[in-house]
Design a protein around this ligand. Structure first.
Ligand code: NAP
Ligand code: GLV
Length: 306
């Protein structure tokens, strides 16, 4: 079996070593133009040239959950696109969202500021029933986040394409229930995949449906948010603030207004990192599943785009 590795923004050597340990019989090398014809490729944001040169690939294994960068490429219809499913990401995402939610709800940002000024001041306790958490996307990550948030006894709502039955989560589905979902949410968590349907979904017109004093936790993809719309909504007081992990352009450029806005927290696309050990183990087990003639979990539905 032959495997090519092509990871934009990642050093390939440790991945090749780890894959080699997990799949001792395989021939594994970094992709370069003119590389050997392979059975599989392990990728993150590969160039079109790889796919053009390797139309025989059985599988392209994405070392992340979101496959939007792959869906922009032209990939032979016979090649399966396989995403990472969880592999240690969902617990990180739950930590990140709970941290942002609790920081906002318990006003830890205000306490930090007061402490910097040596001031001992209490904030009035707030009613969690007044902070319903709406999660856009109830897939691998969204469901884990919903479970974690419900442990803190916030009302939890979720929006997905198909309706879900999840304990403690009020489910909304499809475009027809989108505005109803937004109107019932005050904290909005975005965990949608980026597709033609979801690009620009976080914009003035949709965010205005949130309850007043809404708060955005944006961890999907930068292009979900119409960035120009966010600061005015905060400055007008409709939104209380936002925690943003993903941006239209990454890294976020120096001088971008998000960096300095007092109600916006910026993190560098770090909410759920790819973990190499878990990822390699998952790819190896999917390759074994293929060997048994099974369809590996995480196979992307190209028509849906995720
Ligand atoms: P997933 O398992 O594919 O779940 C996607 C969810 O979104 C599903 O519930 C799906 O509905 C819903 N959905 C898709 N299109 C929709 C639409 N048009 N309207 C309503 N709901 C829609 O994906 P995941 O593993 O949870 O990951 C979600 C996204 O998180 C990834 O695509 C990636 O962009 C992002 N992510 C970010 C980071 C980070 O570090 N910031 C890390 C990992 C992932 P159905 O259930 O009905 O299909
Ligand atoms: C990271 O953003 C991922 O999609 O895994």
């Amino acid at each position: 079996m032959r495997i090519l590795v092509c990871l934009t923004d990642n050093r390939p050597e440790p991945w090749i070593t780890a894959l080699q340990e997990a799949l001792p019989g395989a021939e594994i090398e970094q992709w370069r133009p003119g590389a050997m014809a392979a059975d599989h490729a392990v990728v993150w944001m590969p160039p079109q040239a790889l796919l053009d040169e390797q139309p025989q690939l059985q599988c392209v294994f994405n070392i992340g959950a979101g496959v939007d960068a792959l869906m922009r490429l032209s990939i032979s219809p016979q090649t399966r696109i396989v995403r990472l499913d969880d592999a240690g990401m969902s617990v990180q995402m739950a930590e990140y969202v709970c941290h942002a939610l609790l920081r906002h709800f318990r006003e830890f940002d205000v306490y930090e500021e007061e402490a910097c000024n040596g001031r001992w001041v209490y904030r009035k306790p707030r009613e969690r029933s007044q902070f319903p958490v709406g999660i856009m996307g109830l897939g691998v990550l969204g469901q884990r986040v919903a479970r974690a948030v419900s442990q803190f006894e916030f009302p939890v709502l979720g929006w997905s394409r198909s309706p879900k039955r999840l304990e403690g989560v009020q489910s909304f589905a499809g475009e027809s229930q989108f505005h109803e979902f937004l109107a019932a949410s005050r904290i909005l968590v975005n965990l949608l995949p980026l597709t033609d349907e979801t690009r620009g979904i976080l914009r003035r017109e949709t965010l205005l449906h949130l309850r007043p004093g809404g708060y955005l936790i944006h961890v999907g993809r930068g292009a979900h948010l119409v960035e120009e719309d966010l600061v005015p909504l905060i400055d007008e007081g409709h939104l209380a603030g936002a925690t943003l992990d993903v941006f239209r352009e990454e890294p976020l450029r120096a001088g971008h207004p998000f960096w300095s806005h007092p109600k916006i927290v910026v993190t560098p696309h770090a909410s759920a990192r790819t973990l190499r050990r878990e990822t390699v183990a998952q790819i190896a087990s999917k390759i074994h599943a293929l060997g048994r003639g099974e369809i590996p979990s995480g196979t992307v539905d190209r028509l849906r785009g995720y």
